[in-house]
Design a protein around this ligand. Structure first.
Ligand SMILES: Cc1ncc(COP(=O)(O)O)c(C=O)c1O
Length: 381
């Protein structure tokens, strides 16, 4: 099987599995317990927090461990919005190309908590104009949320520039950095962000663990209350093995980031060259240069994505039409339609996302098979 869906998830790195191993049945204490086994777990937890804080260039106390990227986005949006509502602020600024973890949460805040939402439009490449974000900010704006990199089309947003505006206006900025974790610098000072969400399974860590960075001083109501873990901001016994695994995975991904980005960009160049050479009527989507290194997204005219994905699967190739959650759904992508593509065009969306184990030989194989499959599907129409 050739795996070309690293934006959906990644395999867990062997070195991460090794780092997690002691925390299942040996150092299994509850970090809140007073005896040695508990203190050992608490020490591992705080060590993971410190190591992640070094990468994010923040204080360890500014990191909240969560169960996934979706929870981190929910905590950021609901936590800040509901805290601000108490001070008469009921307006949120975001974009139409966010992941559903953000879009559906914002819609829920609008429907049930009387928030008003401004969606700043994106251009044909999926880029947001920082000045347009600034222009959307009002005196009652509680929060701005713009993703760092898009999962469907790979476009990287000018977050630092947006952050300069939000900072000048005194409005907190949240960024969903879930797709960026393994590929982009995550220094929250350079990015000018106040909240940042990550998920370990996108950078060769385990599924079901994430984090939210919250800058000191940002008012946040907890979504989950209980035993008061994570300084009262996210109650629930901490998942020590997964958190240790996430810290190791992030360290490895960030240490190897530049070399891996270069390798992936070269593989992507080869893949795109092969596809455009062999398959007529395809359109690359997303930004041509400001994009995630291993991310290829395209529209294949005259072909339904679902049929394409099934044929690819039969040929031993795992790919996607966009976001993992949207795959199989017969509706066109909200990201592509926001970028100005017609629903009919968007139905032929294909996403190929490269990762650590992919080789040139695999890329060449995929180009050849995909060319055959597309020709066959077009013939059948
Ligand atoms: C941009 C983005 N945000 C959030 C998420 C949700 O993360 P998780 O799967 O950890 O809940 C994803 C997952 O695909 C994503 O791509």
């Amino acid at each position: 099987m050739i795996y070309l869906d690293h934006s959906a998830t990644t395999p867990v790195d062997e070195r991460v599995i090794e780092a997690m191993a002691p925390f299942w049945a040996t150092a299994y204490g509850n970090p809140s317990s007073i005896y040695g086994l508990g203190r050992q777990a608490a020490a591992a937890l705080e060590d993971a927090r410190r190591r992640i804080a070094r990468i994010l260039n923040c204080q360890p106390a500014e990191i909240i461990f969560t169960s996934c990227g979706t929870e981190s986005d929910n905590l950021a949006l609901r936590g800040v919005a509901l805290a601000a509502a108490g001070h008469g602020k009921r307006h949120i600024v975001t974009t139409p190309i966010e992941h559903h973890a953000v879009l559906h949460t914002v819609a829920d805040l609008a429907e049930h908590f009387d928030f008003e939402v401004t969606q700043v439009p994106v251009d044909r490449h999926g880029l947001v104009e920082p000045a347009a974000v600034a222009a959307a900010i009002r005196p009652d704006t509680a929060l701005v949320s713009v993703m760092l990199a898009n999962n469907e089309v790979g476009t990287i947003q000018p977050i630092a520039e947006i952050g300069a505006w939000t900072r000048a206006r005194g409005v907190p900025l949240h960024t969903d950095a879930v797709q960026a974790g393994g590929y982009l610098p995550l220094d929250v000072e350079s990015l000018h962000v106040d909240l940042l969400a990550l998920s370990a399974h996108k950078f060769y860590g385990p599924k079901g663990v994430g984090l939210l960075y919250v800058r000191r001083g940002v008012r946040l109501l907890p979504v989950q209350t209980g035993g008061g873990q994570e300084r009262g901001r996210r109650s629930g016994t901490e998942n020590v093995p997964y958190i240790v695994g996430m810290a190791r995975a992030l360290e490895l991904a960030q240490a190897e980031r530049e070399a891996e980005a270069q390798r992936l960009a070269e593989l992507r160049r080869r893949l795109i060259a092969g596809l455009t050479d062999r398959i007529p009527d395809i359109t690359l989507t997303g930004h041509p240069t400001q994009r995630l290194p291993g991310h290829v997204s395209l529209l294949v005219a005259g072909v339904e994505a679902e049929a394409l994905l099934i044929a690819l699967d039969l040929a031993g190739i795992a790919a996607s039409s966009g976001s993992a959650c949207a795959t199989g759904a017969p509706t066109p992508s909200h990201v592509l339609t926001a970028m100005g593509y017609r629903p009919q065009e968007a139905m032929g969306a294909l996403r190929l996302t490269l990762g650590r184990a992919n080789t040139e030989a695999e890329v060449d194989f995929v180009v050849a098979r995909l060319a055959e499959i597309v020709a066959k599907l077009r013939d059948q129409r």
